[in-house]
Design a protein around this ligand. Structure first.
Ligand SMILES: C[S@@+](CC[C@H](N)C(=O)[O-])C[C@H]1O[C@@H](n2cnc3c(N)ncnc32)[C@H](O)[C@@H]1O
Length: 222
C-alpha cells in the first residue's frame, strides 16, 4: 500500500506519559459533573426511539467520522444494531452521500463525552465498542485530551470492556492499555496487516507507509 502523503505523528513524548497513572486514578475516583449538552441529549433520545423494542446486541462506533466503519461493522454483524457517533456535523452529513441499504445501523451527531454517560445509564446491551483513530493529541502537554487520560474514561470503561482502539501512534495504544488495567481490563496489541482498511483515516495512513495498530480489550477473566 503506497501513494499517500499523510505525515506521521510528531511528538517529543517517547514513551507512556509519566503522569498517566496519576490522571487515570484521579478521574476513576471523581464524579463527572459536566452538564449534558442539549444536542447530545436529543441525539440520545432519538437513538432510544430507533432501538425501541430491540433487545439484541448493540455495537458502538465512537468518533466514527464519516461512518464508513459503522457501515462495515453493521454488514459484519447483521443481528446487531450499530451506532456511529461523531461530533462533527460535516462528517456525519457526508455519510448520507454513500449511505448503504443496511437498516441495522445509524450515524448520529453527538459528543461522546456526554453520550457515553447517557449510554452508561441506559439499559442498552452494548457488547462491542470501536474507537478507531481517535485524535491522538500527541504533544506531551495534551495528555488529558486523550480519552484514556480524560474524565470520560470512567464512562467509557463502564459501558463494556470489549473495546477495540486503533491508532497510528503506538504510544497512544500503550497508554490506553495501561489505563484500562486500572479498570481490570486487559488487552492485546497487534499490527494491522492485510489489504482491507476499516476507515478513511486507516486508508490514508497506510497508503502513506505508516504502520497502524489495534488494541483489543477484554475482561480480566475472559
Ligand atoms: C482522526 S478522526 C477519525 C475518524 C474515523 N474514525 C476514521 O478513522 O476515519 C477523529 C474523529 O473524532 C471525532 N471526535 C473528536 N472528539 C469527539 C467527541 N468529543 N465526540 C464525538 N466525536 C469526536 C472527530 O470529529 C473526528 O471525526
Amino acid at each position: 500500500m503506497a501513494g499517500g502523503n499523510s505525515r506521521g505523528i510528531s511528538t517529543s513524548q517517547v514513551g507512556v506519559h509519566d503522569k498517566l497513572d496519576e490522571l487515570v486514578v484521579k478521574y476513576q475516583h471523581s464524579e463527572n459533573k459536566r452538564p449534558i449538552s442539549a444536542h447530545t441529549q436529543a441525539a440520545f433520545e432519538k437513538t432510544c426511539e430507533w432501538l425501541e423494542g430491540f433487545d439484541g446486541d448493540v455495537i458502538l462506533d465512537s468518533c466514527c467520522g464519516v461512518g464508513e466503519s459503522t457501515a462495515n461493522i453493521a454488514r459484519a454483524n447483521p443481528e446487531a444494531r450499530v451506532i456511529g457517533i461523531d461530533k462533527s456535523e460535516l462528517r456525519v452529513e457526508k455519510h448520507e452521500h454513500y449511505r448503504t441499504e443496511l437498516s441495522n445501523y445509524t450515524v448520529i451527531r453527538a459528543d461522546v463525552n456526554d453520550f457515553w454517560r447517557l449510554v452508561r445509564q441506559s439499559n442498552w446491551r452494548v457488547t462491542q465498542h470501536f474507537l478507531l483513530y481517535p485524535n491522538p493529541y500527541p504533544k506531551k502537554t495534551q495528555v488529558q485530551k486523550r480519552w484514556h487520560a480524560s474524565a470520560a474514561m470512567v464512562d467509557l470503561m463502564a459501558i463494556t470492556p470489549h473495546i477495540e482502539v486503533r491508532s497510528n501512534w503506538l504510544i497512544y495504544l500503550m497508554e490506553f492499555a495501561q489505563a484500562a488495567k486500572h479498570y481490570g481490563v486487559m488487552s492485546d496489541l497487534s499490527e494491522i496487516t492485510g489489504d482491507d482498511c476499516m476507515t478513511p483515516f486507516e486508508r490514508k495512513y497506510r497508503a502513506s507507509g505508516q504502520v497502524c495498530w489495534q488494541l483489543q480489550c477484554r475482561n480480566e477473566e475472559d
